[in-house]
Every structure is written in C-alpha cells, then in structure tokens.
Design a protein around this ligand. Sequence first.
Ligand code: NAD
Length: 358
Amino acid sequence: MRLGVPKETAPGERRVALVPETIGRLPDGVEVVVEPGAGESASFADDAYRSAGATIGDPWPADAVAKVTWPAPDEVPRLRSGQALIAFLGGSGAETLPALTQTGVHAFALESIPRITRAQPLDALSSQATVAGYKAVLLAADRLPRFFPMLTTAAGTIAPAKVLVIGAGVAGLQAIATARRLGAVVSAFDVRPAVAEQVRSLGATFLDLGVEGEETEGGYARELTPEQQAEQQAALQERITQFDVLVTTAAVPGRPAPKLVTEAAVRGMPEGAVIIDLAAETGGNCELTQRGSEIVESGVTIVGFTNVPSLMPTHASQLLSRNVAALLALLVSEGELKLDWDDEIVTGSCVTREAVPA
Ligand code: NAD
C-alpha cells in the first residue's frame, strides 16, 4: 500500500503531515511517496525522506494521502473513491467538504478523533495545542518590553513579569509551564475547578474569579450561562490591571470562543502589556482581537494569529506525524487499507465515505 504526502498549499502553512523519522514506524507494507519539497518549510529536505526509505514523486495516486489541512480546490479532483485522506478538516476550508464528499474518498478528520484513552497517541489536537501553548509564551516574551524573570543586577533589581493564562487545558498548561520556566510569576484561571490542582502543581496560582462552570463527561467545559459570562468578564476586568501578559486559550467544543476580555478590560492593562489570543481561530477570547493579525490598542499588543503551531513547524510536524502514524496503524492491516467500521475511532473521525452501492 502507498501513502502519499503532498506539499501544503494553504497560505502560511509550514507544517508537513509526515516527517522522515516516522517512516520507519509505519505499519509493515506501507510505501511512502512524498511530493518534492513537501517538508522543506519544516526543515525536512527531500534527501532526508529518501534516506528514510521514501520516494519523491506524485503523492495523489497513493492509496492513502496524509495532509495537514484541507486539499485545495484544484487538488480535490486528484482524489478518488475508496482512497483514504487524513487531515485537519475543520475551520477555514469547510466549503471544500461537498466537493470532497463527491469524490468518494474516505476522509478522516484529525480533530474528530474521539478523545478516549486508547486514542491518546492519535490526539493531534493535543499535540498541536502543546506547541501553541509553548509558542504563545515566546511570542509574548518577544513583544513584552520587559524581562520575564526577576533579575538582580548591579543596577538594581528588576521585578518579574506577571502572566495570566485563561483556560488551563492542554495549551494553557503548556503556556503556564513555559512562562514559569522563563521566570515569570504565573496565575491561571479555568471554569473547570478540577484543573486547579494541575495549575498549582506547575507552580502557578489558581485565580479565584468566583465563577465555576461544569465539566462534560469527556473532560471539556460546558458553555457558561450569559449571567456567568458577565460575572466572569467583570471579575477579570477588576483583576487584569495587575498583569503584563495575558494568554487566552478558553474554548468550548463546537461553540464560538467565549468573550472573556472586554475592551474596557484591555484599557485597564498596563502600557506595553501583551495579549496572545490562542482562541482567535474561533472568534477570540478578547473583544478587540483581530483574527490573523497583531494590533496595538491603548498601548496593549493583541496577537490573534490563527495557526500558531505552524510557527514552530519542525516539532509541530514531528508530533503530528506520530499522530498520523498511530491513526494509520488502525487503518492498515497486512499492507492494505482495511477500514474497521466497528471501531469507534475509525467511525468517529470519518467525515466522508465511499458511496456504498444499494
Ligand atoms: P479546549 O481547547 O476545548 O479548551 C481549553 C480550556 O478552556 C479548557 O480547559 C476549558 O475548560 C477552558 N474554558 C472554557 N470556557 C472557559 C471560560 N469561560 N473561562 C475559562 N476557561 C474556559 O480543551 P483542551 O485543552 O483540548 O482539553 C480540555 C480537557 O479535555 C483536558 O484538560 C482533558 O481533561 C480533556 N482531554 C482528554 C483527552 C483524552 O483523554 N484523550 C485528550 C485531551 C484532552
């Protein structure tokens, strides 16, 4: 069986779905065909793929195609019935879905893989959120006109930066850990009280905003009521004046990002403060966030980049590639594509299927 790895064409996308290191971890009997230059922007040269056993060529005729995001409209006709496609298939690009369905391709959406314990090695949402949380703090440190750590110098002592992380899921916990490693004093808040212990174990303070949400069976937050949301906005507005950096990651699956940081709250932040809004893709946690852009309002820098993992493409691709290999291990048996429709991971992540004759 052949696995094709195309070069990504979406603007700003620097990741690749399979890196050379993973080729040796693929199920037996899988041969890899990589489009010329597919890994270049993630620092994986064609020669590295060749050395790992891949061939460089046209990836589209393969039995399965692994991509980072949606195929472009001119790539969709290159897919065919019965073939498998693995990619992130949410967000911008969703207008491609009807055309994709028409091809009869079995499309597996990485973000739809059920987040059950058995699926952890396949959890591309978590692997990319880890990268985003880390990089968000580096983006903030780069823009902040202050040090993160406390410094004692001959010229006197510098106070450490104060960082607030809102949303302590996968990205938020990584942001907390990274900001702590850089020496900042870190506080965090999440509506799920269960994460308070994890926040404290990373050396951060759990901020009490007097708002407590509910947790779903899958470990996600439920959307707050409008009253709770207003309460949270008011409590934040009062406390936010103390912080130099705000990293927001709050999300509720299937819903627009909750608006937590009002325009008035931004105006209350210190001059030079930085907000990194990792929820920008789904509308942003801050009222002033501009999707995909970096702006300065009232002396506060607000970064609303939508594809933060792609800013660290080597490791983002390496982790994603391991997720893709783990999914392929479920889809391939004895060197052939064998889709087990009784497996909840296979059915849960499949968003288009080959038409079954009546
Ligand atoms: P996410 O990206 O959907 O949300 C990020 C965080 O925002 C969550 O912690 C959520 O509680 C928080 N949030 C939502 N509304 C908020 C508000 N108004 N104010 C403050 N915070 C708010 O979540 P995620 O990071 O992908 O994962 C969340 C949780 O899901 C994990 O911590 C874990 O418990 C569970 N999970 C389980 C698995 C697994 O078992 N395979 C894998 C990944 C995650």
